[in-house]
Design a protein around this ligand. Structure first.
Ligand SMILES: Nc1ncnc2c1ncn2[C@@H]1O[C@H](COP(=O)(O)OP(=O)(O)OP(=O)(O)O)[C@@H](O)[C@H]1O
Ligand SMILES: [Mg+2]
Length: 251
């Protein structure tokens, strides 16, 4: 992949602090994510994982520090923010598809409205993406006619349609029935193999082992530990990580 600003990390958080009232929800976060890197973020409930994701595309503001994407500091607001935000694709636990639009329309909406692509151009690309995530046969259906796993794969296609530089996933499989989890994870593993830069909040350790370059463990708003998956899972350094792993791996 080529980029004009190749070199530094694609996503860089430096000295990031955020409070919700008195709650210091992100504490001195320093994290750089390289092009093509897949970072899995894990940690107990309330440790700040979702907030971290949401600051990266400015769904949440920060009080201190700096976040840059592809060398550009995230602006506070305005057109520049809208442009940078569209560099960041996001997939949530709840798929948030538009109920009254078809699958194809869900995927073409932003490219035609925001990117000003022609309908034909957007539809061609949408069909390619739906094919890639394995739901091309569903293009003319409505979200309610699809399974949860299919809807989540459409949500991934919809995010990809904006050609993001980085994809954020916040517990993308935690609302799914067990038999649908793998079909979504397989799509994500494929994306990772194709070189997409990804930040993934998940407790799916199989995915972390298969696809992550790095596991970041958060607790109490801090990054407590970061390591490659093998090291992290076999020899976590902190008591907090060991304790957390014993809980999630034993059920
Ligand atoms: N909009 C908000 N206003 C006030 N407090 C918030 C807000 N959003 C999150 N919090 C608090 O910030 C802390 C971190 O929340 P966050 O959702 O980032 O945690 P998380 O690690 O994603 O947890 P989970 O695993 O349950 O999803 C929690 O204590 C939460 O209650
Ligand atoms: Mg969360």
């Amino acid at each position: 992949m080529t980029s004009q600003t190749a070199g530094g990390p694609l996503v860089q958080l430096t000295g990031v602090n955020k409070w919700f009232g008195d709650l210091h929800v992100l504490q001195d976060i320093d994290l750089g994510i390289d092009r093509g890197e897949v970072v899995v973020v894990i940690g107990p409930s309330g440790s700040g994982k979702s907030t971290l994701c949401r600051t990266i595309n400015r769904l949440e503001s920060i009080q201190q520090g700096e976040i840059s994407i592809d060398g550009e500091k995230l602006p506070e607001e305005g057109k520049a923010l809208a442009r940078l935000r569209s560099d960041v694709g996001m997939v949530f636990q709840s798929f948030n598809l538009f109920a009254h639009k078809t699958i194809l329309q869900n995927v073409t909406l932003a490219p035609t409205r925001v990117r000003r692509q022609s309908k034909a151009q957007a539809e061609q690309r949408a069909r390619e993406l739906l094919e890639r995530v394995g739901v091309s046969a569903q293009a003319d259906k409505y979200p309610a006619q699809l399974s949860g796993g299919q809807q989540q794969r459409v949500a991934i296609a919809r995010a990809l349609a904006m050609d993001p530089k980085v994809m954020l996933f916040d517990e993308p499989t935690s609302a799914l029935d067990p038999e649908m989890i793998n079909e979504v994870l397989d799509v994500m593993v494929g994306l990772a193999r194709d070189g997409m830069t990804m930040i993934v909040v998940t407790h799916e350790m199989g995915f972390a082992r298969k696809a992550a370059n790095r596991v970041v463990f958060m607790d109490g708003g801090r990054i407590v530990e970061a390591a490659d998956p093998e090291t992290f899972f076999t020899a976590p350094r902190s008591d907090r990580a060991r304790d957390f792993l014993s809980k999630i791996l034993n059920h």
